[in-house]
Design a protein around this ligand. Structure first.
Ligand code: AHM
Ligand code: MG
Length: 343
């Protein structure tokens, strides 16, 4: 069939193109395909975006709405006090994926075992892992929080329901990203073809491409670590931080939300550290829901992520909720921290 060519635009307003570069369209463009796999991944990202919009809406009204802030009185599988917003955000992800045909299983740091959506399983080829609210301690004082996600291929049927197939390295991720609930809501993602950021336009209710192919500077002036734990670290980490104190040109920034500290470093360079402590040698951060997805982004943006001895993407979790020390950010800065760890 011959298609008549009359592709002349009536106006030269390029801002229309920008406003139409939505997340789902961007995914299709990245995959250079309109085939079923590309459509699935595009739809999946669109659902994650919907979860982000729902959570952002709730957060924006949280001081005014009953039962939005504060603790539930429960503790999660890791013995941490659960906040009402943790539960809300966790359930948002479940709701947006029900009846979607996309995701057979969801695993989150708030749920001991993965949540299965049986009606999706005949079609759904993916597992979504997520931290519904990262930086929960910031919630009640209206400071920055985020959601982190990681997409893996569903492998096998997981008939025993013990999710053994998820205990594989971060290289198995086919996509990862986060949503940052800040002055504007941003969604940053990668499907292995660079890192791209979208800003929520509230007037459209859409995430619109705002930063494409983000590259982390090789070095930055920021170091981001909870120095309240200084006496709990081993001497190599203490030596690194003493070096930073003695050397001109460093600034400390620590927000209490990994997503927010990582976001700054993604754009401006530097290093985020959450080392192990005497009481918690593996640190605080969870490999599958926090460290591995952000390591995927760092890697795609030309940065680096390590647990001190090996790349985070090489680490194989021993259980679903396993933790890891994390050093992530600019390649030169991560290498410098590692040089202290080795010595
Ligand atoms: P959370 O997901 O339960 O909020 O815990 C993870 C958060 C990170 O966002 C942040 O970097 C870290 O915990 C802060 O912990 P600390 O208060 O020990 O510095
Ligand atoms: Mg977290």
């Amino acid at each position: 069939m011959v298609i008549a060519q009359s592709n002349t635009r009536l106006s030269s307003d390029r801002s229309l193109d920008r406003d139409c570069t939505t997340l789902s369209r961007h995914v299709l463009g990245q995959l250079k395909s309109f085939g079923p796999n590309a459509q699935d991944l595009s739809a999946l990202m669109n659902r994650i975006a919907l979860a982000g919009k729902l959570i952002a809406r709730r957060l924006s009204q949280s001081g005014l709405v009953d039962n939005a802030l504060g603790f539930t009185g429960e503790t999660n599988v890791q013995g941490e006090a659960v906040k009402k917003m943790d539960i809300y955000a966790n359930d948002v992800f479940i709701s947006v994926f029900e009846q979607s045909g996309l995701v057979c299983r969801l695993a989150s740091e708030e749920m001991e075992k993965p949540y299965y959506i049986p009606e999706n399983c005949p079609l759904g080829r993916y597992t979504l892992l997520y931290d519904p609210v990262d930086g929960s301690s910031n919630l009640d004082v209206n400071l920055m929080v985020g959601s982190i996600f990681s997409i893996r291929q569903q492998e096998g049927n997981d008939e025993l329901g013990d999710a053994q197939d998820l205990l594989q390295s971060g290289h198995k991720q086919i996509g990862a990203g986060y949503i940052l609930y800040g002055p504007s809501t941003m969604l940053v993602y990668s499907i292995g073809r660079g890192v791209h950021a979208f800003t929520l336009d509230p007037s459209l209710g859409e995430f619109i491409l705002s930063h494409e192919n983000i590259v982390i500077p090789k070095h930055g002036s920021i170091y981001s670590v909870n120095e309240g734990n200084f006496c709990q670290w081993d001497t190599s980490m203490q030596e690194y931080v003493r070096y930073v104190h003695r050397t001109e040109g460093y600034s400390a920034r620590y927000s209490g939300a990994l997503v927010s500290d990582f976001h700054r470093i993604l754009f401006q360079g530097g290093v985020f550290l959450y080392p192990g402590t005497q009481s918690k040698p593996s640190g605080k951060l969870r490999l599958l829901y926090e460290a591995a997805p952000l390591a995927f982004l760092a890697d795609q943006a030309g940065g680096r992520a390590s647990d001190g001895t090996q790349p985070i993407l090489d680490v194989i979790p021993d259980h679903l909720h396993g933790r890891t020390p994390l050093i992530i950010g600019s390649s030169d800065d991560v290498a410098l921290v590692q040089s202290f760890v080795k010595s």
